[in-house]
Write a new protein. Structure first.
Length: 106
């Protein structure tokens, strides 16, 4: 298992974190608390990786309206007159469905 992890990490295109859990006990009817306790650090690392990726993504989404105004040419638009809050950021698209990111100031 650890040899596979080492192999994957040495691939030049590997940008995905690889986490290895200890083997699950052969008899799952036994109490798995010991396995979960032994896996705590791996799950904690996974949580930290996911939170870090999420916050980085949100940071980029917050920066996009300013970048769009500074970089993209909008025909017939006075860019300085368009506030950041009026720029619609399309977060993702699947088919004809768009997910839009809007900052809510409360």
């Amino acid at each position: 298992m650890f040899a596979l992890r080492a192999y994957i990490l040495q691939l030049p295109s590997c940008r995905v974190p690889v986490l290895v859990l200890p083997p699950v006990p052969k008899d799952p009817s036994n109490d798995l608390m010991e396995w979960f306790e032994g896996s705590f650090n791996v799950f904690n690392n996974l949580k930290e990786i996911m939170l870090s990726a999420y916050f980085e993504r949100i940071k980029k989404l917050h920066e996009m309206p300013t970048k769009a105004r500074d970089i993209i040419w909008w025909p017939f638009t006075q860019h300085k007159l368009v506030p950041d809050g009026r720029v619609t950021v399309i977060d993702s698209r699947c088919g004809e469905n768009f997910a839009v990111f809007k900052v809510c100031f409360e």
